[in-house]
Structures are given as structure tokens and as C-alpha cells.
Ligand binder design. Sequence first.
Ligand code: AKG
Ligand code: FE2
Length: 325
Amino acid sequence: MMKGDFDNIPIVSLAGLAEDAAPEERAKTVAALKEALETSGFAYLADHGVSEDLVEKMRQMNMAFHDLPMEEKMALKINGFHRGYMPMSSSTIVTSSVAKVTKPNRSESLMVMHEVPEDAPYAGEPLQGPNQFPASLPEVAETARAYMTEMTGLGERIAGGLAEALGLERDWFKQYFDNPTLFLRLLHYPEQPDEEELFGSAPHTDYGFVTLLKQDNVGGLEVRNKRNEWIPAPPIDGTFVMNVGDILAKWSNGRFVSTPHRVRNLSRRDRYSQPFFYDPSMSALVECPPAMLEAGETPQMEPVLYGDYLLERLNKNYDYRKKAS
Ligand SMILES: O=C(O)CCC(=O)C(=O)O
Ligand SMILES: [Fe+2]
């Protein structure tokens, strides 16, 4: 095993993370996850326990949303709570450590986040406000809410496995996710020309804890290994593509790697994808767990509030937030 030394992305069965799985089966799953996340930071997740019908329904709703008249989508333009419609070419990843990024991404998306009850004590705080859904297609809202609930369950199961992969108690991460920061991004990538520095999603790493991506059958996602080769990550039926985000890489003291990836839709078809980002509570104090460190190993990160870290990244990368700040 060597960080970044990979030519393909492994398929990992999560059967061992099911509530009723035998201990040996669980150990096998944890070991496979550990190997994948230490090497490429990516894995295809099979036997994940999320209803395929719901996954498919979400894809249908993603397509239906983007088929709405532009006027209707623009009426839902992204709000200060980072929820709503982002038109084509409105985000440029300037914090990318991966590439010189000059051209805006060739994608449009509906950003959905966790629901915030109006009477929640934290309502109105940064990133804690209302979602924006199309009134003419109520199934988009219904499906997105159901999907986020199911995906949160998957995120919790994975966090249990990751804790064990780091030599911690199964529920170690739990305290940091009592009010998780959730992003469901319903993305549409039109076909694009093969042009220098032009991407559906420019090379980047993800900010958060883990990303759980469902993509349609078009392809176009690529992951970079340490030889700077771009390894295709085509869709595989019945799986999610999981990857480690920057905060998990730091949290794990670099055990798990956050690997650059990009999207180019060079097919002659529209591409749709639905990444779900499972991130800690805004108030979580992220700090390398002492119990994880080996003798002589020191933490590489300064403790940071997840909310502070996240807001800094968002403020730099999204045009609508740059003007506001
Ligand atoms: O659409 C995809 O396949 C990947 C999207 C992605 O990397 C992201 O939104 O962070
Ligand atoms: Fe990403």
C-alpha cells in the first residue's frame, strides 16, 4: 500500500457494516475500507443498504428539475444559506491546490442542504436556513428529503467503520455529527468541447468528511494518482463512488487521503450526477484523536471548528458569496 499509488478504484462491499452483520464480516469490511482510503481515497460501495428505487427516483427528479424553464430555476437562485439554483459557470474553484483554474465549471446545479426547522435555536446562523425547491414539481423536495435521510444513515454506518479503521471505538465520530452539515447537489453537465482548462468540474479535492456520489451512465469522472495520471471512475451499477474529503484526511492525521478528481463530459449526451456530502456539525471541534496516534507521532493539524473551516472554503469559491463578503 502506498498513498496515491493506484490504477483502479476498488469495489468494497459494506455488508459488514449492517446492524446484524457478524463480527468477522464487519472486520473484513473495515479492513477493505481502510486499504482503499489509505491508497486512493476512493472506493465503489456495494451492498450499501440504500434503496435503488430511491436513488433512481432522485436521478429522475434531478433531470426533471433541470428541464424546468430557466425563469423558474432563476427564481430559486442560491440564497445566503447556500441553498438553491446555481446557474452554469457561477463557481470557480480558486482554492484548488490541484490545478490552475481559470475557466468556470460547465455545470448547473440545485444545491440542497439539511432542513432547518424555523424554530430551531440555530436558525439564521451561517448555512442554517431554508432550502429552495420548485413549487411546480413538489416531488423534487419530497425525494430530496427522503434521499438525504437515507444517505445520512449510510454516512453514519460508514463513520462507524472509519472509526474502527483508525483504531477507535465504533461510535467515536458520533458526537461530531449530532447536527450534521449535509449537501445534496443535483448536478447537470451539458456536453462540452475538449478544450484546454475547460471542465464540468475542474480538478479539486472535496472539503468535507466523505462524499457519496451517484452518477448516471455517461461517465466522465476521473481521479488523479501520484504519477499524475487521470484514472477513469465510470459508473458501476448498484454502487456509490465514495471519496475522502479534506477534513477527514486532516482528522485522520493523513492516514486517509483526499484525492484530486475532475469531470469532463466529452460524450455527446447530457450528464447528471448527485453527490451527497456528509459533513460534521458546524460546531464540531475537529482535532486529531490522541488515541489514534502511534508512539512518537504528532498531530499535523491545528484544532479547528468545522464551521469556521467550511465557511472560509465556501467564501472563496462561490461568486455569490464573494460579493456578499
Ligand atoms: O459529478 C461528479 O461526478 C463529481 C462531482 C464532484 O466531484 C463534486 O461535486 O465535488
Ligand atoms: Fe468532488
